[in-house]
Design a protein around this ligand. Sequence first.
Ligand code: MN
Length: 291
Amino acid sequence: MTKRSVEAVLAPPAPHMVGDGFRVHNFFPGGYNMEQDRLSPFFMLDYNAPVDFGPREEPRGVGVHPHRGFETVTFAFQGSVAHHDSAGHSGVINAGDVQWMTAGSGVLHKEYHEREFSRKGGVFHMAQLWVNLPAKHKMEAPRYQGIKRDEMAQVQLPDGKSEVRVVAGSLFGVTGPAKTWSPVIAAVLDLTAGGEARFNLPASYNSVVLVVKGAASVNGHDAPTDNLVVFRNDGEEVVVTSSIGATLLVLSGEPLNEPIAAYGPFVMNTYDEIKQAFADVSAGKFGVLED
Ligand code: MN
């Protein structure tokens, strides 16, 4: 196996609000003006670094809005998020859980801080990843997978100090529970002080590692808290070490190699399909969801 080289270690760009409940750093595609297909099948990564929003009776969040053509995947590190959509799915994810929603042919959804969490207030920390769908699966029926932390494939690593929880795809010899529409690996790696993790990601897969807690060395590069490590596609092996301990989100996927036409909440292959998405929302084809 050849070691993957690191293309960049990206600091979090200036944050912006999504609704009033998510204060996010957009790493891609906009944050660093990456090509829209640079990390395909991943289209977008919004990272809500830890923020204490304080208590509020009426939960903060983002109101009813549509999506078509991709998946929204939310990783909760601290705090709780509630989801409702027009396909009739709803769920709450708490620290350590993941929500993997296939918008497919189209949903209206809303994403809010969970009511009790909002009342108490506290630190909110999560990431939302948009996973693009292959053209042949863009119009699949919407699907919702709420994946609890203890449902993930968990492995203790040979260093005796680290643990991995695999959400999707295979890593460290285990396979995560998430169903995906193209080959994707998603995993959370927890290293305690002095921990080391070695793993391989297929060279052709676009791959990143987000440091959500602590600090690490990733293939010899310093990776501080809240930074995103972007790999080149020139090898497989990744070696992560941490002197102080770290939690990292590992994302790797086979590129779709299809044209991208993206506008607002839609990710399609052509701009005619974007126009059609707007027309279908207006015509009520995405269903109904109360605010
Ligand atoms: Mn959304």
